[in-house]
Ligand binder design. Structure first.
Ligand code: UGA
Length: 435
């Protein structure tokens, strides 16, 4: 199969590289000349464990190439994936589809022969219909099918998620497109990953509903965590206890500082807007969005409370800035709001993150960056774990105790058993547990 991936961002690169690894010929296209030049020179512009090796292997074996020009690879393609960004539109929170439709028009002008156009980007219900309309009205002679095939990749685990998916959702009722999509995913199908075919609109909604449900599950356990603190219960044990019920499941029940990232905040908001527009509000998700927004600021207040209610002039050491581990992504990271609350309270914030500091410098105010946890903990009045990077899971608390000014640890990811920290003389504040 000849596959073209329009958009060589996170989704496009991971999907393109993995499809090449399945034996297809894949061209990843991007308008950014700098990005394509870097990729052609063997540099991978994003941090994702395992991705470099797959790109390198397929690039050198000729199955994966890169292009600034869309027209010539699209003319040769059997399948064209649209994996361009769909950010929140400024002002109203709807998904901004201008990149998707611009890509669709360029693709339409270039395709020849029967071609399957697949939306991989997260797009609101009805986007596939609109792309089809563009083809029908503006390029009626072209023979195409428009298919929805949402991605369910988690940053930091994207390669495994692509190669070992729980399911592959494919929205089309066009028999020729069904055959082509079966061929695209044949290696996974042989691996017994279920291909789930449904109507295009249903498939588009599945993506939003899945992300909204997961965001709601996290928000649920976060509220239970707050209640645990009041009642003297332990949220990790509550999560385990309810998660053993197969109807509930044990995933996405880690209480923390609120969800962030490039997907949940944007997709929940877009679903809320779409639902309101159709006079069918999704109130659970509206509430989820509001609770999660408040939670990030509340986590700043939690740190201040742990510092006896006042951080003015105090040094706070922040461990972890990215919205989760194994990524350099700072989009909607809880750390941004937490740090702002601390700065507003007059704190001196020092931070360390294994991968996110470059991106953090662009979005966070005047703070000091250090080279490791011990570097920033020197003379600190509190150590705050915001992101659960593996390298924060075995901190040397004895050493830390000898260097801090005030022995306080606020663990917003429940990385440690309470006793492991308190035995070194620290006051320890976790999420959803009694201090
Ligand atoms: C999420 C979904 O998990 C993917 O299935 C989906 O494809 C992707 O969005 C997308 O729409 O592209 P991602 O945003 O990479 O993936 O990260 P998650 O692992 O889902 O974490 C999202 C946020 O929730 C993070 O801030 C994380 O710390 C938080 N989280 C997650 C919790 O606070 N508790 C949990 O139990 C799980």
């Amino acid at each position: 199969m000849r596959i073209v991936m329009i958009g060589s961002g996170y989704v496009g690169l991971v999907s393109g590289a993995c499809l090449a690894d399945f034996g297809h010929h894949v061209t990843c296209v991007d308008k950014s000349a700098a990005k394509i030049d870097a990729l052609e020179a063997g540099q991978v512009p994003i941090f994702e464990p395992g991705l470099d090796a797959i790109i390198e292997h397929n690039r050198t074996s000729g199955r994966l190439d890169f292009s600034k020009d869309l027209a010539s690879p699209v003319a040769e393609a059997d399948v064209v994936f649209i994996a361009v960004g769909t950010p929140s539109r400024r002002g109203d929170g709807h998904a901004d589809l201008s990149y998707v439709y611009a890509a669709a028009r360029e693709i339409a002008a270039a395709v020849s022969g029967f071609t399957v156009i697949v939306t991989k980007s997260t797009v609101p219900v009805g986007t596939g219909d609109e792309i089809e309309r563009i083809f029908r009205d503006e390029f009626p002679e072209k023979d195409i099918a428009v298919v929805s095939n949402p991605e369910f990749l988690r940053e930091g685990a994207a390669i495994t998620d692509f190669k070992r998916p729980d399911r592959i959702v494919i929205g089309t009722e066009e028999p020729r497109a069904v055959e082509v999509m079966r061929e695209v995913y044949r290696p996974l199908y042989l691996n017994e990953a279920p291909l789930y075919f449904c109507e295009r609109r249903t498939s588009e909604l599945i993506k939003y509903a899945a992300n909204a449900f997961l965001a709601m599950k996290i928000t649920f356990i976060n509220e239970i965590a707050d209640l645990c603190e009041q009642l003297g219960a332990d949220v990790q044990k509550v999560a385990k206890g309810i998660g053993m019920d197969k109807r509930i499941g044990d995933k996405f029940l880690h209480a923390g500082p609120g969800y962030g990232g490039s997907c949940f905040p944007k997709d929940t908001l877009a679903l809320v807007k779409t639902a309101q527009d159709h006079d069918s509000p999704v109130r659970l998700i509206e509430t989820t969005v509001a609770i999660n927004d408040n939670r990030k600021r509340a986590m700043g207040r939690k740190v201040i409370a742990a510092c006896d209610g006042n951080v003015r002039g105090k040094k706070i050491a922040i461990l972890g800035l990215t919205f989760k581990p194994n990524t350099d992504d700072m989009r909607d990271a809880p750390s941004i709001t937490i740090i702002q609350a601390l700065l507003d309270g007059g704190a001196k914030v020092h931070a360390f993150d294994p991968e996110g500091m470059e991106m953090a410098k662009e979005v966070i105010g005047p703070i000091t960056y250090g080279k490791d946890p011990y570097d920033i903990a020197d003379g600190a009045d509190a150590i705050v774990i915001v992101t659960e990077w593996d390298e924060f899971r075995a901190l040397d608390f004895k050493r830390l105790k000898s260097m801090v000014r005030t022995p306080v640890v606020v663990d917003l990811r429940n990385v440690y058993p309470v006793a492991e920290v308190t035995k070194h003389g620290f006051s320890y504040f976790a999420v959803g547990k009694k201090n």
